[in-house]
Design a protein around this ligand. Structure first.
Ligand code: CA
Length: 370
């Protein structure tokens, strides 16, 4: 007989890391404990502080989870997705399920005394390179963009850099010449051959995206992310098929069926996010879909602690890791809540080898910030 355990408590709460953190800078955490006191932590997407997902965990998922076997990760995910599907399979519900799933995998690893990647079938690598994701550039001048990129490039020595527009999604093609000028200036800064990505954050029409994409091809960018609105799956596919540069999408995709729709439309690099859809269980399903379709899986992931470490376990378990892992926030602002916060060494993160996620939570520090 293997370990036998039951879920005793499920807590969902927001953590404020520094006084005055706006909602998007807070974390949406889930803490699950078994009847024998084994504790697992998960995380939901922190959009608007993640309160929508935390509310679903607290009101709907927790009562259904208490008494269940924490090892039944896949059954619990599908049971709860289908029971509460009318809350919206988009975003709020799948973020809640992702947080629960990550916490349950943390428990599973601790119960079995193994790191998550071992339970996923083993690791192909012991470290994962990362790219620095640098946002907010629509509001910057060309010179300001270069300054911000240069600071992280020199300080961190990441394996690649992605610059994000982060503009107003309700205005398309707002400043195409300016966007191209920033892409050109960043290329001039880092030199030819250094891997760069460009994230449109859904800011272009199909025609505008083709224009920017051609410029990025000439500048030797490695990928062009979310060129058009995420809900325009056909348009995303058209841009991907008309350009030579790799076009990526699907960080705002919340079901495996929607992921397949994006691939069928013509997108050849997809970016589902472990804290937005399915957690570890869901991302491994995405991995199988991508492998079967010959599509690059490069998960979106902006949370530097629980989400990041959960992502690292999955990336370690992939045969083909074609691009570095996303890493958005190198500020260390959440370090106090963890005894062994993940830190890159020369642009690479070691894959945790301790049981579960391998992240040691300082419960007293987290409780102070709840
Ligand atoms: Ca993005």
């Amino acid at each position: 007989m293997g370990p036998s355990a039951r879920i005793r408590t499920v807590e969902a709460f927001q953590v404020t890391w520094r006084p005055g953190d706006p909602p998007g800078r807070r974390s949406a955490l889930v803490r699950i404990a078994t009847d024998e006191g084994v504790v697992g932590y998960g995380e939901a997407s922190p959009m608007q502080g993640g309160l929508h997902s935390l509310g679903i965990v607290e009101r709907d998922l927790a009562p259904a989870l208490v008494g269940a076997d924490p090892l039944d990760t896949a059954v619990l995910q599908d049971r709860l997705l289908h029971r509460f599907v009318k809350l919206g399979p988009e975003g709020a519900l799948t973020g809640a399920l992702a947080a629960v799933d990550i916490a349950l995998w943390d428990i599973k690893g601790k119960l079995l005394g193994l790191p998550v990647h071992k339970l996923l079938g083993g690791a192909w690598r012991t470290e994962v390179p990362y790219y620095a994701s640098i946002g907010g550039n629509a509001a910057r001048t060309v010179e300001e963009t270069v300054r911000v990129v240069e600071a992280r490039w020199r300080r961190e020595n990441p394996a690649a850099i992605k610059i994000r527009r982060d503009g107003d999604r309700s205005v398309l093609d707002a400043d195409i010449p300016g966007d191209i000028a920033k892409a050109r200036a960043v290329r001039a800064l880092v030199g030819d051959g250094y891997p760069l990505g460009f994230d449109a954050n859904n800011g272009y029409s199909v025609g505008g995206a083709i224009r920017v994409g051609r410029a990025l091809e000439e500048l030797g960018y490695a990928w062009f992310e979310e060129p058009v609105q995420h809900y325009d799956v056909r348009g995303m596919g058209e841009v991907a098929q008309r350009l030579d540069i790799t076009v990526s999408a699907a960080e705002q995709t919340y079901t495996v069926q929607a992921l397949v729709d994006m691939i069928r439309a013509g997108v050849r690099m997809v970016q589902p996010d472990i804290v937005k859809m399915g957690g570890i269980t869901g991302l491994m399903q995405c991995a199988a879909i991508c492998h079967a379709h010959g599509v690059e899986l490069v998960p979106h992931q902006t949370q530097p602690m629980i989400g990041h470490v959960a992502n690292l376990h999955v990336l370690a378990a992939l045969m083909n890791l074609t691009k570095p892992a996303e890493y958005d926030d190198a500020s260390g602002r959440m370090d106090a809540g963890f005894r062994n916060p993940p830190k890159p060494v020369e642009g690479r993160f070691p894959v945790p080898q301790e049981p579960g996620l391998g992240l040691e939570v300082d419960e007293a520090e987290i409780n102070k910030r709840r």
